[in-house]
Ligand binder design. Structure first.
Ligand SMILES: NC(=O)c1ccc[n+]([C@@H]2O[C@H](COP(=O)([O-])OP(=O)(O)OC[C@H]3O[C@@H](n4cnc5c(N)ncnc54)[C@H](OP(=O)(O)O)[C@@H]3O)[C@@H](O)[C@H]2O)c1
Length: 211
């Protein structure tokens, strides 16, 4: 992260790295407060942190389920609740008169499949929360949207248990997966629209992906 920040600064941008465990409410609140204190305002928040464990429900580790709910649901809620007042005030007094909150869901937020029941639970929840919140803060100038990636080549699958990871790797073998930049592009598109345009939802699959 520090290397990435150094690259942004070298290109003339501004970057701040804040380490936080967003599953811990106080840590999330402190991260938002430090960001606002040091950068002066909060115009855009992307709730990207997430975790996926997969496997048959009857054999799953309850700890894996708890970790997914803690990060994908509670973490997103902690950051969102802490950030909303700042997003509302940025929309009121910033030159663009708009602020953005983008939640990263998944195709698993739209399509339920065996072996991903709890991941589906968290991502369907993210989609429902996003739509309700969108309606709520729309008039205060905050756009709330959701991006639903298909399979992206990231470190997500490194958290999977042995055996499961190999099964997933076989499922995607030979496919040209999405790259993180593809999802970053989708987010950048949403948050750079004129204030009269709200892109509420983007489903981005790899061209090769059928599910
Ligand atoms: N990869 C896919 O195929 C795919 C598909 C659909 C949706 N998604 C979603 O995309 C999002 C990003 O996932 P990814 O694929 O980029 O996975 P990843 O490579 O494993 O990255 C997950 C990120 O979440 C952060 N994170 C995890 N727990 C955290 C916590 N308690 N507090 C703060 N940060 C935490 C990690 O930070 P550290 O590394 O510092 O722990 C890491 O930066 C997730 O919401 C995921 O569900 C991914």
């Amino acid at each position: 992260m520090e290397e990435l920040a150094a690259g942004i600064r070298a290109d003339g941008g501004t970057a701040l790295v804040v380490a936080a465990d967003i599953a811990d409410r106080q840590s999330a609140v402190d991260a938002v407060a430090r960001t606002v204190n040091e950068l002066g305002r909060l115009d855009t928040v992307v709730n990207n942190a997430g975790l996926m464990h997969v496997g048959p429900a009857a054999e799953a580790s309850p700890d894996d389920w708890d970790a997914m709910v803690q990060i994908n649901v509670h973490g997103l809620l902690h950051i969102t609740r802490a950030a909303l007042p700042h997003l509302i005030s940025a929309a009121a007094d910033s030159p663009r008169r708009i602020a953005d909150l983008v939640n990263i869901s998944s195709t698993a937020g739209r399509v339920a499949r065996p072996a991903t029941a709890v991941y589906n639970l968290t991502k369907f929840g993210v989609n429902g929360f996003t739509e309700a919140l969108r309606q709520e803060v729309r008039e205060q100038g905050v756009r709330v949207g959701v991006v639903e990636p298909g399979t992206v080549d990231t470190e997500l699958s490194t958290h999977l248990r042995d055996g499961v990871r190999e099964a997933i790797e076989r499922q995607v073998e030979g496919l040209e997966l999405l790259r993180p930049q593809d999802i970053a592009d989708a987010v950048a598109y949403m948050v750079t629209r004129d204030r009269r345009v709200a892109v509420n939802e983007m489903l981005v699959r790899a061209s090769d992906q059928s599910w």
